[in-house]
Design a protein around this ligand. Structure first.
Ligand code: PMP
Ligand code: GLN
Length: 378
């Protein structure tokens, strides 16, 4: 049979984590914390199990959790998403993203995305016979050339996928970026898929600009989010999306036959946990301490860097060290120096070599100290 994804291999996250395990290397590649999720949250989930939340959740998700999400958007962004018809709980952000793309993309529809791009977007577009249109962000700041975006938008453009704070680069979009996007898509039917899984992780007193802050953009946008990223439990695979009612109605037509609903006790536990808003409001501070610890320790290494502005990833430039292709260098560091990272070239269409590796700093201080020791010797 013919592959529906002939040019797709195994995701880099599986490749690098497998290699890290095989060579017993420190794993700063795939993005996940190596410390426990809060025992208070774990207890709330087991309480939910003991209190009978063991059967199917409603198709749209546990109502208390949707109410907690409504409250969060009101609190942080002064923006309202109605729990009954504008929020759906999903199996991580990944399922939300896949379902949004499947719901709206038809053959030959063009989908604009920014490279380097998180690796789950493009295969979903291709499976639905859409055409990914990549626009490169400008290294080393990874900013957007909005004039180029304007030239790529046409009557064929069905969707634009954005991601701020940005994985893998750790850059964030400014208010001006969002305003540009808003004006370029005004009076069109283009759907914006705004991947905001790192919304609560922004550094140096900057703020996260969500699409929901911009009235005209919000009308056309889905926001996707991930509790795994926010509450340090990526293995639970609970996320959600929000969108205006008409868009969400279409989304749910697909969602109901894709998963129907997702893990109920985890949803109820998360809802109870979010009653204390500090559980998500304190996240930037928590990760900024980790970023700063890591960067201070590698200041005198041969790697160059711009401090991450958001996410829990730091890109390090190794052009002072070697000319090696980044995939080869990342593998060699894993095997020989016992530290695993993610090469950035895999998130582009063409074989490119920015000489940049992504390191995840959602790790214990002890792990970050060990990692820095290794990096200082390279
Ligand atoms: N989008 C981005 C940018 C991500 O980094 C990730 C990885 N967490 C996801 C989506 C997927 O999130 P989840 O693990 O909740 O499926
Ligand atoms: N989002 C995580 C990262 O960027 C990985 C998720 C995955 O393994 N698919 O590293």
């Amino acid at each position: 049979h013919q592959s529906k994804l002939p040019n797709t291999g195994t995701t880099i996250f599986t490749i690098m984590s497998t290699l890290a395990n095989e060579y017993n290397a420190l794993n700063l590649s795939q993005g996940f914390p190596n410390y426990p999720s809060d025992s208070k949250l774990n207890d709330l989930v087991s309480q939910a199990m003991n209190n009978g939340y063991n059967q199917y959740a409603p198709m749209a998700g546990n109502l208390d959790l949707r109410l907690a999400i409504t409250h969060k958007y009101n609190l942080i962004y002064d923006s309202t998403y109605h729990p009954e018809n504008e929020i759906t709980i999903t199996a991580g952000a990944t399922q939300a993203i896949f379902t949004i793309i499947s719901t709206f993309i038809n053959e030959n529809d063009e989908v604009i995305l920014f490279k380097p791009a998180y690796d789950c977007y493009e295969p979903a577009v291709i499976l639905n016979r859409g055409k990914p249109i990549g626009i490169e962000l400008n290294a080393p700041d990874y900013n957007v050339d909005w004039e180029e975006v304007a030239t790529k938008i046409s009557s064929k453009t069905k969707m634009i996928i954005i991601n701020t704070p940005h994985n893998p680069t750790g850059s964030i979009w400014s208010k001006e970026d969002l305003l540009q996007l808003q004006s370029l898509t005004e009076n069109t039917n283009i759907i914006i898929l705004s991947d905001e899984v790192y919304e609560h992780i922004v550094f140096d007193n900057e703020m996260h600009y969500s699409v929901c802050l911009f009235e005209d953009l919000k009308k056309r946008s889905f926001i996707t989010a991930s509790f795994g990223k926010t509450f340090h439990n990526t293995g639970w695979k609970i996320g959600y999306c929000c969108a205006p009612k008409a868009l969400m109605e279409e989304f749910r037509k697909v969602h109901q036959f894709n998963v129907f609903s997702v893990n109920h006790p985890a949803q109820k536990g998360l809802a109870d946990y979010m009653e204390d808003e500090s559980t998500y409001l304190g996240l930037s501070e928590f990760f900024q301490q980790k970023r700063d610890l890591f960067l201070n320790l590698i200041e005198n290494s041969r790697f160059k860097f711009k401090p991450s502005q958001g996410t829990y990833f730091q890109v390090l430039d190794y052009s002072n060290i070697t000319d090696e292709y980044d995939v080869d260098f990342a593998k060699r560091l894993t095997k020989e120096d016992k530290i695993a990272s993610i090469p950035l070239s895999v998130f582009y269409d063409k074989k490119k070599n920015d000489k940049a590796l992504r390191f995840c700093f959602a790790k214990t201080d002890e792990t970050l100290i060990k990692a820095a020791e290794i990096l200082c010797k390279i």
